[in-house]
Design a protein around this ligand. Sequence first.
Ligand code: OOG
Ligand code: NI
Length: 464
Amino acid sequence: MPQAFVSTDRIRSLFTEAMSQMYRTEVPQYGTLIELVADVNAGCLERDPALRERLARAGELERIDVERHGAIRLGTADELFTIRRLFSVMGMQAVGYYDLSVAGVPVHSTCFRPIDEAALNINPFRVFTSLLRLELIEDEGLRSEAEAILAKRRIYTPRAVALIDRHEQNGGLTEAEAAEFVAEALETFRWHGEATVSAGTYKRLHDAHRLIADVVSFKGPHINHLTPRTLDIDAVQARMPERGITPKAVIEGPPRRHCDILLRQTSFKALEEAIVFAGDAEAVQGTHTARFGEIEQRGVALTAKGRALYDRLLASVRGEVQVGAGGAKAGAYDQELVERFKALPDSWDELRRQDLAFFRYSATSEGIAAAVNGTLAGDPEALIAKGHLAFSPIVYEDFLPVSAAGIFQSNLGTDQQQNYATRSNCDAFEAALGATVQDELALYAERQAASLDAAMEALGLAGL
Ligand code: OOG
Ligand code: NI
């Protein structure tokens, strides 16, 4: 009898758990952050029984503190090609293209994540995955040296690759294979304290850009942070110092609002860690700064129109107040953010009416009863007004390039905000990936439309 395959959702959950355990052991300060987040979340739930009730009904209470995302930085097209296949085993696909060169970081990126609603509800874990753009290194000698170093490394274990092949050929993995796959895949994300390059090479790479040293000097693309969800990001940011954690200067993204939009995130500064350089002579000690912890709070996904407004407001704040190295002007930045974002409506109904955000529609029991009596209005607005059709925000599952750049910058040693001209190259990224990246706005629009169709169907109004 053929053996049953486990779901890709289960493999993703096993992987998330294994990665979390590994990272807590590797980066003890991350464990401290997790404890703080758990404390703050528990406090929020105690103060707000309605929130507790809502999360309990959505089945989210037990996994409130579970990690929501992580990030890696890859060195070559081949590495990106294989990571797409690896994440596919866990039901994660490439969504969105992020050009970080606009912010002075020589990478472009995508987000690997589950797509459909059921999978997102089970475990929305995503990995922000960047590919180094060596063509942005100006020094030709250094560029070819970096290329040669990267060409020699193998970041996937042979067994991980064999299991990816098996998944592709058979259409799934058995429970035993899945357990083995998770253990093998984890090896790619592990930290290696021994650099593969000499102290001299490391310094030259580092002088070109700190990020280049991080990607090129090691055996693999160590996971550089994990990010749990918090119910009150401002409280966690404010309380980090109590636990000896240094937060970045400002929370990235929109300000605190009644109706949360998109994504707010902040991180603690990357730690300086001891490493050993390669070389024939005695081991040479050094330090490397790359790994940190982050927290996130997500809100509703915005439509193209809503997003354009968000981008415009954020740009106007950043044009007005630039946070300097060391966090100067952080307070003024936060204030300006709150002020200017008053231009974006802060009620679910206004966001919906003005087509600024995506919503999930459902038929209410009153609506279904009215349908039986034949007393239903015909159009969605009238149905909503009567309480026959309900709507709730669709959560934003992706990232924000300006915010991501801020997280990168802060963890490359400075809080200084930089804004450069764009040099994006999505075609090259997709060629390396071996697939096209999906359009996140189209995915949200599809989910909204499907929910409205299903609701109208339930009310017996399909086709109207
Ligand atoms: C990724 C930074 C971006 C986020 O949450 O926006 C990111 C990195 O530092 O490699 O994770
Ligand atoms: Ni992150």
